[in-house]
Design a protein around this ligand. Sequence first.
Ligand SMILES: [Zn+2]
Length: 315
Amino acid sequence: MVMDRIELQKLRDLPIEGGAERLGLQVKMHKALCPFHDDHHASLSFSVRRNTFRCFVCGESGGTIDLVMKVLGKDFLDACRWLGAEDLLLSSYWGKTDSMSNNSSHRGEAGRGLPFDASRYEKFFEHPWLSEAARKFLFEERRLDERVVRWCRLTSWQDKKGVNWLQIPYYNQEGKLVGIQNRNLSLGSGLKVQAPRFRFPQGSQCSIYNLPVLKLLQPGEDLYITEGCSDCWAMLSAGHKAIAIPSATLLKRQDVELLSTLNAKLSTKFHMFPDRDEPGERLFLQLKEVLPNLEHHQLPLGCKDYSEYYVTVKG
Ligand SMILES: [Zn+2]
């Protein structure tokens, strides 16, 4: 495993209490039974601020990597590998919100705690309607297949300020609406209105995209994993079955489990064209840790992501 200082710092910064829980310790009020001595009084305490642990009886102490090394008896590099794989799960669960606040395109969950009211939105997707801006974006710029756009039930609307939005529904495997992502189509159009790039209605669960496709998967069939909806539409338009994940740090434990059981039940073969940049390759490596049969495909030079490649090939 190639690891640079940034990567190492990222592992060090993984929330200590989340790590402890993944190691099997039960954390309550920043305390747990110490795994390093015969403890009956939760002598191990955690400092969330310093991201460290310390036992007041036996004196063991350290950071997240130390905790993994000591509990699992691993050496430094092996502990880092273990954490690298767990990183997928830990960051989403344990209060690391910084990556979410400054990059709303990678938001997986909006309005935490408030349930998503599907009944309020379902009707929008029963009779999808595509505005001129949406048609231009989907069919001219992205060259997508109309059947894919229908399958995904993409629809559009214009708000009172004149901003055009593409409305992207997220369904679970049973086809139940669980979240919506609104994508601003007016950015760069010269419209002088302040609006974010993405918007999510309260309580939207926008984790894995295009889950209904899993019902169509045959045993041994290929499934492409993309990052974000755009690449997923391009992949579907190219004739592949595909899902999208928001980003590695937002994958939840149940998402990872869902994908691993697919492999176990259907011998699904996973494929990925990582974005041609460092985060793209890192995401691939992280997914590979939990989906060992994930196959790497290289995008040609000059194409930063799959949808760009798709448009080039379409000509
Ligand atoms: Zn102890």
